[in-house]
Design a binder for this molecule. Structure first.
Ligand SMILES: *Cc1c(COP(=O)(O)O)cnc(C)c1O
Length: 422
């Protein structure tokens, strides 16, 4: 029996996107600014400023060409420059840390705590103290990451950051619509990063945004996002800028997406709840869940861990062949793998389960490989407790997007069960 392929998180349109795009064409606003950009920013501001049981916030939002660009400009605005250090969660996608290097600065990786899988506040403080002792200078920013949409312990992280006077840049690229204590991720730190890439909670095909404290700081981000031009009748440059503004066409897609964002989030939570129910008696498979009622994850992707003792069909053959494609649908743009294995990889039972799900037309993938284990960052300082490395060995992401039906979840769980050797 063949099943139509089930993807991790496919973009899903409301139908209104095309109306906003048509308007952009009709009014000849096919440029990186315009009414859709303004409208999308207003929608986003309303969204991130919502707060349960308290007055609404006053954050401003600046739309950019990508979440990666948002990280880059947030760091720039925090004064990060050549020779500086920035503390960043190690357990993340590379876009959290790469922009640190774009600025000539060095990432200092901090490991995770077991509950949320995100930045460990105790280790964060240890890292700050040690960096000050070793370099005589404070790190310039702190970047926690909402892995798979799960909130970080932002109250404790902000407490440490405030005590040392270091700004926080929240990487909420995966956590759009997730809340901690009823407040939206991205609204706690000096800056909050959002992503609207094709596979995130909502999409603009590609795009991102930066949540800023106020209009003033948004203006500064806008300045750097549009090539840093001084107001003369000719192009006068006193700073280095970037071409990072969102296009009015992409923003039109975003406005359409905002009409269904709450439904999307509710659907992801529904899928998580169904996995929880169906996996509860499956021994050796544990679903990553909100650690306490203070957390309200969007469950962008649902993640499980496989007990190292769990026997999965075919695990003796895992990693026998070199992969020619790449996880994340990136076949064709990746370098060819030089080997079938590396010195830090998921356990054989996890890889066997991924292969088995793939054969059943279900897209699954390992959790992010910690940055402190990435060859490109081998020389960067890292403060580790073993949590992210051990989760990388046992973790796996399962489909959770808007197209995943109840039947799909049942099929996915049945396929997992069928590949476990009792
Ligand atoms: C997707 C993502 C980003 C970057 O977003 P893009 O819009 O793809 O540039 C940053 N950080 C994390 C953790 C992400 O998952």
């Amino acid at each position: 029996m063949s099943h139509e392929r089930i993807y991790l998180c496919l973009a899903h349109m409301s139908g209104k996107e095309q109306d906003f795009i048509k308007e952009a064409f009709d009014q000849n606003w096919v440029v990186p600014m315009g009414p859709n950009v303004n409208g999308f920013e207003e929608d986003l501001e309303k969204f991130v400023n919502r707060r349960e049981g308290a007055g609404s916030l006053q954050k401003s939002v600046c739309c950019l060409s990508a979440g990666t660009a948002a990280v880059h400009l947030a760091l720039l605005a925090c004064g990060v420059g050549s020779g500086d250090e920035v503390i960043v969660q190690s357990f993340t996608f590379c876009a959290s840390s790469h922009p640190i290097t774009y600025l000539g600065a060095t990432p200092v990786f901090v490991d995770s705590e077991r509950d949320s899988w995100n930045m460990d506040p105790e280790l964060l403080e240890e890292a700050i103290k040690d960096r000050i002792a070793k370099t005589g200078r404070k790190p310039k920013a702190i970047v926690p990451v909402a892995l798979y949409g799960m909130p970080y312990q932002i109250d404790r992280i902000m407490d440490v950051a405030d005590r040392y006077g270091i700004p926080v840049v929240e990487d909420a690229a995966e956590g759009f619509g997730s809340r901690y204590d009823g407040r939206m991720l991205g609204s706690f730190g000096r800056y909050g990063v959002l992503s609207f890439n094709g596979n995130k909670m909502i999409t603009t095909s590609g795009g991102g945004a930066l949540v800023c404290d106020d209009e003033e700081s948004k203006k500064e981000i806008l300045f750097y996002a549009t090539q840093a031009r001084e107001s003369y009748p000719y192009y006068q440059h006193e700073h280095i800028g970037y071409n990072y503004r969102m296009s009015n066409i992409c923003a039109g897609i975003g406005r359409g997406q905002m009409t269904i964002v709450d439904e999307h989030i509710a659907h992801h939570k529904h899928v998580q709840a169904l996995y929880k129910e169906l996996l509860k008696d499956v021994e050796g498979v544990t679903l990553h869940d909100n650690p306490s009622p203070r957390y309200d994850a969007n469950f962008w992707l649902c993640a499980v861990t496989l007990d190292p003792d769990l026997k999965v069909k075919g695990q003796e053959d895992a990693y026998k062949t070199i992969i020619t494609g790449a996880v994340g649908g990136a076949a064709g743009v990746t370098h060819a793998a030089k080997s079938a294995t590396t010195d830090c990889q998921p356990n054989a039972n996890v890889e066997a389960m991924r292969v088995a799900l793939d054969a059943a037309n279900i897209e699954a993938r390992p959790v992010w490989k910690p940055m402190h284990k990435q060859p490109v960052y081998k020389d960067a300082p890292a403060y580790v407790n073993g949590v992210s490395e051990s989760l990388f060995k046992v973790g796996m992401c399962l489909p959770a997007g808007p197209y995943v039906t109840d039947d799909d979840v049942r099929y996915i769980v049945d396929t997992i069960k069928a590949n476990i050797i009792a």
